[in-house]
Design a binder for this molecule. Sequence first.
Ligand code: ATP
Ligand code: MG
Length: 404
Amino acid sequence: MQLQHLSLYNFRNYRRLELPLQAGVTVLQGGNAQGKTNLLEAIFYLATTRSPRTNSDAELVHWLAWQEEPIPYCRVVGLLHRDQEEERLEIILTSQNGKSSGQRGNMRKQVRINQVNRRALDLVGHMPTVFFRPQDIALVDDGPAVRRRYLDITLCQMDREYCRTLSRYNQLLTRRNALLRLLREDQYTEDQLVYWNKKLVELGTTLTWERYHLLDELDGLAAERHYQLSNGQERLHLAYRPSITLATGAITAAKKTHFVVPFPPNMTRETLAAGFADHLERRCREEIAAGMTLIGPHRDDFAFLIQDRDLRLYGSRGQQRTATLALKLAEVETMTLHLGEMPLLLLDDVMAEFDGQRQSMVLSVLTEAAQVLVTTTEGELFAGDFSGQTKHYSVQDGQIFAAV
Ligand code: ATP
Ligand code: MG
């Protein structure tokens, strides 16, 4: 798969952009605030229908469009080349309230594949992409929502069915929470939960199961990368932290770890589902009192451990950064294994903050990749690193020029 062409219209600080792209490495160089990150954001948006920077789609539309156009909108179009065929991916965001700036939040998102309207979740996975950003460190030091979202985006890009299940689970959760609030006000009887619990267990088990196994895979690969990056000094372990525990005390005691092992090693989908159902039953009163669903994949998390210590709490900044990089490199490997081809790689200004060893490990991945876009403020970092395969561009105030 290759992204051959990118068109932007009113996306962030790009009024209009037509950018042909090639296989291999594309270096985008420019000063601060010129549009480097915006360009990678547009590509990731097309890959996942989500911005990594904001939850407000209105922010993505150029400011001048809000001032000048009767119906402000922006558009991102990518032409993909895959197996001798072309595929056209497109997202259009249109203001639903005209230009009234007070209500910018209300945007319509249209997704098209080869000119045919599709659902947003149908687009995800067409252009598998891994984004490296300095802010990735949030995966280690931020709250659980960031890590859940990370696993979800990674899985959605590899598995359409996961994406559908996730969307159905989220809808179900909203309705179940509404019912729990009604139960709290004594408006219904508890047996009405039976149906919702059954559905929640069915969909929730799939999500937890898939995430748990993805993390297991990432764990092995990230540990290897991390071992190399830390010169064999440290062993990283990624541990799933579900909102329910099915393991017996014996497992925890035998491992003598500070970290409670949540699932038994021989766990099947059925035992997970039964455990989930059992926990729901036991916590029914609590959930009604809270008026919300307290257990399930929407409350799961995972941890980065070194010698059983949680890096979120005890890790130095450097340790956190190394662990993040190990995870992202593992993500590239996992995706490649599952998809049979390397994902598109986007690297936003990450090289500058790495030391020599981390840089060379990233560079070795870049040389293997089919297509990579890197941004940098200092062009020298990439000069001559990839013989012949590299195309250099300069980014200036929302425009892109071929560098001479
Ligand atoms: P840095 O090297 O500092 O990371 P950058 O080249 O990555 O810089 P971007 O984050 O891409 O910079 O942002 C470029 C400019 O885009 C910024 O000046 C920002 O204010 C502007 N910008 C962001 N959103 C919009 C928008 N909706 N409309 C117009 N301009 C915007
Ligand atoms: Mg930037």
